[in-house]
Design a binder for this molecule. Structure first.
Ligand code: ZN
Length: 159
């Protein structure tokens, strides 16, 4: 079986940024399991693994447009420190949810200077070229439930 739309794929991956630093990896953990062709993973990775088989390895470089998108400067905002009252250990790199008119948006703190805090609503990998090393571990057909829901059902699933 080869990777195609509606296949459930298990794969190990290591993600490096252009500086060669490991940003994320499944090494030493369970492989990533997802439903191919349903936007469960970034578009560039879905395209790169299409047609691959179990045991295949590949190195793929994905531009931001096919990854986590471009950075948007308007998503970087400054807020007064007292807007974060009640949050212990406020620190650079901390992830928070900002309440906006569109609902909760994930942001991370990029600077704390005096009583001014800079929050960034960009994905931390927005604007970053992604270098993946992939090893395909398993491929199976999705169940009817999984196809209906558009995601993989694992033991950890709550439904
Ligand atoms: Zn489901």
């Amino acid at each position: 079986m080869k990777i195609a739309k509606d296949a459930v794929v298990s794969m190990h991956y290591t993600l490096k940024n252009p500086a060669g630093e490991i940003v994320d990896s499944s090494e030493g953990q369970e492989p990533l399991v997802f439903l191919q062709g349903h936007g469960n993973i970034i578009p560039g990775l879905e395209a790169a693994i299409e047609g691959k088989a179990v045991g295949d390895t590949l190195d793929v470089t994905i531009p931001p447009a096919e990854g986590y998108g471009d950075r948007h400067d308007e998503l970087v905002q400054k807020a007064p420190l007292n807007a974060f009252e009640g949050i212990d250990d406020l620190a650079v790199g901390m992830q928070l949810e900002a309440m906006t008119e569109q609902g909760p948006v994930p942001v991370h703190i990029t600077a704390i200077e005096g009583d001014e805090v800079t929050v960034d609503g960009n994905h931390q990998l927005a604007g970053v070229e992604l270098n993946f090393n992939i090893k395909v571990e398993n491929i199976r057909e999705a169940t009817a439930d999984e196809l209906e829901h558009g995601h993989v059902h694992t033991e950890a699933c709550s439904h």
